[in-house]
Design a protein. Structure first.
Length: 96
């Protein structure tokens, strides 16, 4: 006989009903601002990773400087593009 949770009621074993599963709260969808912030942080991290890799890959100070400048410029351009897109999205949402 398998043991199941329950109790005796008037001399008979009564199996307790299975507990209802608890519903997990649904997380709120990220806002436009949160997504822009995440994208911006991701771009900054990627630029820093490229700069760091470049410092390890190229041994000359001139090579380091060139890679750092190119990576920072690319990151700044990408961040400007993301911010421009976000501003466009904000304006579009306000019009609705």
């Amino acid at each position: 006989m398998s043991e199941r949770e329950g109790r005796f009621v008037k001399g008979r074993w009564v199996v307790d009903p299975a507990p209802e599963p608890e519903e997990e709260p649904v997380p709120a969808a990220p806002t436009v601002e949160e997504r822009v912030q995440e994208a911006s942080e991701s771009v900054k991290k990627a630029v820093n990773d490229v700069v760091s890799a470049g410092q390890h890959l190229f041994g000359t100070p001139e090579g380091h400087e060139h890679i750092q400048q190119a990576a920072r410029k690319a990151g700044e351009e990408l961040e400007r593009a993301i911010n421009a897109w976000a501003e466009s999205a904000r304006r579009a949402l306000k019009l609705e």
